[in-house]
Design a protein around this ligand. Sequence first.
Ligand code: DC
Length: 230
Amino acid sequence: VGDKPQPSKGLVITIDGPAGAGKSTVAKKVAERLGFAYIDTGAMYRAITWLALENQVDLDDRYILTDLALRARIELFGAEGGNKVYLDGHDVTKQIREPMVNAKVSKIATYPELRRVMVAKQREMAQTGNVVMDGRDIGTVVFPDADLKVFLTAGLEVRVQRRYEELWQKGYNPTYKEVEESVVKRDWQDSNRKVSPLRCPSGAVTIDTTQMSIDQVVDKIVRLLNNGRS
Ligand code: DC
């Protein structure tokens, strides 16, 4: 999936890793610290999933889904914009985090035709300047020649605990077991799909965040970028 990317105009930092490793929290902070744009590619797959569910599209029909993705206008507003996600002009920031979307997004992300559309959108978004982009295939497929590639990991227990707390904070009340099952299932699907599976990109720096605070991880990434350029 994905032909060769156009060289990007600005600097690109990619952050990949499994659910709950802290990617979006870390990526957002790195972007704020450096004044880069933050592009949450998971939110893009979520937006299409939400749109498909809303329109009762058959989730087995990859062609209708790809068409939906082609037509969809996804806009991501970074830190100054409150990290909002807009789909065809409507704010869907909250909706795309619903458990129903969590349950279906990995299925939709298996379709190569749909991924090709998303990869093209992601490369286009990065043409605006310096970016931090997080996801599952950013360092492997979307920007293999990025200035800095990071692979974030953490032990399963920590990742489940983080997702559990996040969901409760958002007003959902799942049991720990339910969250664990959903994280394990999504990891398996993301790592075992045929197209662009979750992998540590070649040349990436792996950071295990199990015992680290968010700020420690952010500091490390900023240092890595600066060292790489000095
Ligand atoms: O990062 P997240 O949990 O919001 O991502 C939601 C899903 O989208 C994830 O389970 C897999 C898929 N995804 C993907 O396949 N490729 C990406 N670059 C980003 C997300």
